[in-house]
Design a protein around this ligand. Sequence first.
Ligand SMILES: [Zn+2]
Ligand SMILES: [Zn+2]
Length: 206
Amino acid sequence: MTDEGSDTTESRCGCKLGRVSERYDLTDLHDTLISYWTGDADEQRSTRELATYVNQRVLETALTNADIPPREGAVKNTYRLLTSDDVTSGTRVQTRNELQRDGVPVEQVESDFVSHQTVYNHLTKCLDTAIGTPSDEEQLERSTEKLGALQNRTAVVTSDTVERLERKEILEIGAFNVNVSVTVTCEDCYQEYTIRELLDQRSCNC
Ligand SMILES: [Zn+2]
Ligand SMILES: [Zn+2]
């Protein structure tokens, strides 16, 4: 599921994290976040840890872009100097100044840092991932929404098609109404249900 999602969401996602990943060309970021978050990778990480991960990747790219090949541990350390609560403001200012002098657009980089809330929203809304398996109710709700949207879409395409053919005088009809209904028939008892009824009822009467 996650694999299908990421290709398409990557170009479509307009949230801060989506924009930042494009600006720094972090193409693998979405998949990496999903696998870290769901624990597919090694162990599951919190959105706070993931925000730090994203921000360090941003910083690393900014350093590389400024022709400062980040040495081992340098990214983590610089990130700490820029963001940690236990760094004095003097040290922070000095770190910023040094980066600025080396050609790193510090202000831009800092404003591109994301919060854990942004990571959470990106994962749940943009990438549609959820930790663990959704409950039966959630799955039913999602399926109902999905099928409802599909039926609406079919109705819209159908009326557009009829209207278009009518305009070209290929087809003739008065004012019309399009109705889409999908039914499911139980082969054991031949009882027929609309998909809506079946999802509500969750089992056949037989
Ligand atoms: Zn997003
Ligand atoms: Zn039945």
